[in-house]
Design a protein around this ligand. Sequence first.
Ligand code: ZN
Length: 206
Amino acid sequence: MLLKILQVGDPVLRQVARPLSPQEILSDRIQQLVELMRATMHDAEGVGLAAPQVGEPVQLAVIEDRADFSGLTPEILAERDRRPVPFHVIINPTFAVEGEEGAAFFESCLSVSGFLGLVRRALRVRVEAINEKAESVAIEARGWYARILQHEIDHLNGTLYLDQMEVRTFSTSANYARFWRGKPVEEVRRLLRLDELAPAHKNATP
Ligand code: ZN
């Protein structure tokens, strides 16, 4: 059985999700939710899925990056600092950005199906959370994994990548494949005149 993934415009995607108690985490209901979310994420070929995306406004997300989807070349995987991440669950997460470095890449979301946009994210984060066994976990992540964590934790706070993307880069998947995939970010910025058109204060954004 698979869960239905809600699409942008559904108010659940804009709520702040509620935390789960250890008893709830260990309940059959949440254990089953984790398994269903895992199956749903695999079916959708996603690298993360947050509970609000399946209509459950609770602070829980599943993550797994096999880093072998959609014919990504070794060069693209290297540029994005993308490596396989085993399946795991984060519950009630908090995160802190580590260091000053950021990177901008095109990003998509299973709840904004068929589109991508360029999003700047921190390159390194530290996440503290609880896992599906109600144990505390601390995660130090960098590169694409750090991006996935930021994206999923945003979902738990009612935020979508649309809120942070460079709006002029918004693209259908087909047009991304046709015009933008494989172009260095600097070239994308130049072709779309991002720096030229951005308000001065935006240029200072890390
Ligand atoms: Zn998403």
